[in-house]
Design a protein around this ligand. Structure first.
Ligand SMILES: O=C(O)CCC(=O)C(=O)O
Length: 270
């Protein structure tokens, strides 16, 4: 879906951009078939995934799905044909792989997170400058593929300002914390939410309803590897694996590998 200046302004202003109907039924079918195949391979002992209920085939949140053992052609084709261009248009330059997985819930298992920002220290004297320094370098997305997803809550416009006392208190209170300006983002399969992970946000699915929501993060090229995304080099570098990825998907992963090679000691802690 082509990104325009209005989309970039919305992302900048609100800290998120919700694109409705970005992916068609064929794409969703391919992604769901990929997840079904991953589940079948895990049950056959070919790879390891976190389960909520293996007997019922209910996955828990699954990371590292670009790694050779969890890779399915559907992921690479989607990145290649749809996602890579959107990411680069939103961030305004070449991007590299960081994280790729799926937020999965179901079977009535309670999933609740405390309100948080992914980076920075809420309440730090230089919080705003810190957030602005990282602004525009990283983007993540949630894209449901199987069921309605209203499990991500965000505080619109909170990504580039110091935290309020209410936000700091909410984080301190853990899952009991509340933020009055928080909203539920309601998405249907085919929608995608690009967002700045410095927004105040939380995952909230206390009833453990079915969730298969692709979840990934990309950094602009030139940014060093962060501690939380390090350690994928060994798994991703095999030439056999890289050869399986379609062009743009391979390029995103290759840039991650190059960033590791560039400066393996400069891991940053966010
Ligand atoms: O479940 C979600 O949508 C949010 C996940 C999240 O906040 C996180 O991984 O930091």
């Amino acid at each position: 879906m082509p990104i325009d200046a209005k989309d970039r302004r919305a992302l900048d202003r609100d800290g998120f951009l919700l694109l409705r109907g970005a992916f068609d039924e064929a794409r969703l079918r391919a992604l769901r078939a990929g997840v079904d195949n991953l589940i079948a391979r895990a049950r056959a002992g070919e790879c390891t995934v976190p389960w909520i209920d293996e007997g019922a085939g209910i996955l828990d949140r699954t990371s590292h799905m670009m790694h050779p053992d969890k890779y399915e052609a559907a992921w690479g084709e989607w990145l290649d044909e749809d996602v890579a261009d959107d990411m680069e248009q939103l961030l305004g330059g070449p991007v590299r792989h960081s994280l790729f997985g799926m937020l999965a819930s179901g079977g009535g298992r309670d999933y609740r997170m405390a309100w948080h920002r992914d980076i920075g220290k809420p309440g730090a004297p230089d919080e705003e400058q810190y957030l602005r320094r990282h602004h525009g370098h990283v983007l993540q997305f949630n894209a449901p593929i199987a069921a309605t997803d209203s499990f991500l809550h965000v505080v619109p416009g909170s990504h580039l300002r110091a935290s309020t006392e209410e936000e700091i208190a909410a984080a301190g209170a853990g899952v009991a914390g509340e933020i009055s300006a928080g909203i539920e983002v309601c998405m249907e399969p085919g929608d995608i939410l690009y967002y700045n992970a410095n927004l105040w946000h939380r995952g909230w699915n206390p009833e453990g309803l079915l969730r298969w929501t692709m979840h990934a993060a990309y950094w602009k090229v030139g940014y060093p590897i962060m501690k939380h995304e390090a350690g994928q080099h060994e798994a991703l570098k095999s030439s056999h694996h890289l050869a399986r990825l379609p062009g743009r998907a391979r390029q995103l992963v290759q840039r991650y590998l190059d960033a590791c090679d560039d400066d393996p000691k400069s891991l940053l802690q966010l």
